[in-house]
Design a protein around this ligand. Structure first.
Ligand code: ASP
Length: 336
């Protein structure tokens, strides 16, 4: 009896020790774009938002929490921060409404949940989590997704909660430019052609590796300013803007239409799994070569099973950061 208690104790301490020695890490982004003229104070605010999300996710991971809980908590904080284009800071559609998309994926079992075109759930990522945890479905849209979220205790708010002057001004600018373009007969395509930072990107996302070696990813966005009502971007599409498996976890930001056409996240994963590429090389090939070659722009954050993190972007900036159990950490906006 004594012996078996001793053996069980040894075994438990070995398991705990083994788990606490396992590397864990989180990375988050607050969107890629062209943050050219940000004041020092503005830069500090964006960085503080990224840091807060990193710290929250890291705290969960360090206590042995799951990567799914860590990415959800990090994204919720970024959704509540009006600086970012997700949740509270979401951009407006052409019709002056906020329509949000979000997705979450658990790499340990390939379970995923996503929502698109929702208008009244305070934290869209919580609705995505409900789809993943509480239904047989992967993706839900509009009213059905909102009803499900409400029934499952997600906080419901009035659409006016999502109003920010910043996003409203961005829409007004886009509409003005569109009218000017029409007048000059310069409009060449019906695709959105955002050309300054205010009107583009700002999506938020997180990827994480937990102490049990499991990966997860989450992404949340208001989409693109002046988008047509009903437009859905890459963020809620599993394997495109959001993906997690036992190979890697990825969250994207950028001009969604191009990400969809490139099947972005899964293309990175496949390069790692089937071509033996490093996560860095795989992500770089897609973001720095394939994406601009098609005419798109943006970035991504990605993490692999070993905790290697890469955060490439082909825009002028991407709000981003990571924090690893090794002590390695950074928060950045521009290129090095
Ligand atoms: N990828 C998002 C979309 O197209 C936009 C962004 O990243 O800010 O909806």
């Amino acid at each position: 009896m004594k012996f078996s208690l001793f053996a069980a104790g040894l075994c438990l301490s070995f398991t705990l020790h083994a788990q606490s020695d396992k590397p864990f890490a989180i990375a988050v982004h607050g969107g890629a774009g062209y943050a050219g003229n940000l004041s020092e104070a503005k830069q500090a605010s964006y960085k503080a938002g990224i840091q807060k999300a990193l710290d929250k996710g890291y705290e969960i991971l360090s206590k042995g929490g799951t990567s799914v809980d860590a990415v959800q908590a990090a994204v919720m904080l970024l959704e509540d921060d009006s600086l970012f284009n997700a949740g509270k800071g979401s951009v407006f559609t052409h019709a002056g409404k906020n329509e949000m998309d979000a997705a979450i994926m658990d790499g340990s079992n390939l379970k995923a949940g996503s929502v698109a075109g929702i208008t009244i759930v305070k934290n869209p990522i919580t609705a995505a989590r409900v789809v993943m945890d509480k239904t047989m479905h992967v993706m839900m849209i509009g009213k059905g997704a909102e009803a499900l979220a409400g029934e499952n205790n997600c906080e419901i708010v009035k659409p006016s909660y999502f109003f920010t002057q910043h996003s409203w001004d961005a829409l007004k600018n886009a509409l003005k430019r569109e009218a000017e373009q029409r007048e000059n007969n310069k409009k060449k395509s019906s695709l959105l052609q955002p050309d300054n930072y205010d009107e583009k990107y700002g999506t938020v996302g997180a990827v994480a590796l937990d102490k049990s070696g499991n990966l997860a990813a989450a992404t949340s966005t208001g989409g693109m300013s002046n988008k047509k009502p009903g437009r859905v971007g890459d963020a809620p599409l599993i394997g495109i803007g959001t993906y997690a498996s036992d190979v890697c976890a990825i969250s994207c930001t950028g001009w969604g239409e191009y990400y969809i056409r490139l099947v972005m996240a899964k293309s990175v994963s496949d390069r790692i799994e089937f071509k033996g590429m490093s996560i860095n090389d795989a992500a770089n090939e897609m973001i720095l070569q394939k994406l601009p070659a098609l005419g798109g722009d943006g970035g991504m954050i990605a993490i692999d099973k070993q905790g290697n993190i890469t955060m490439p972007f082909n825009t002028g900036s991407m709000f981003r950061g990571f924090k690893k159990s090794s002590g390695d950490t950074e928060v950045k906006i521009y290129k090095d």
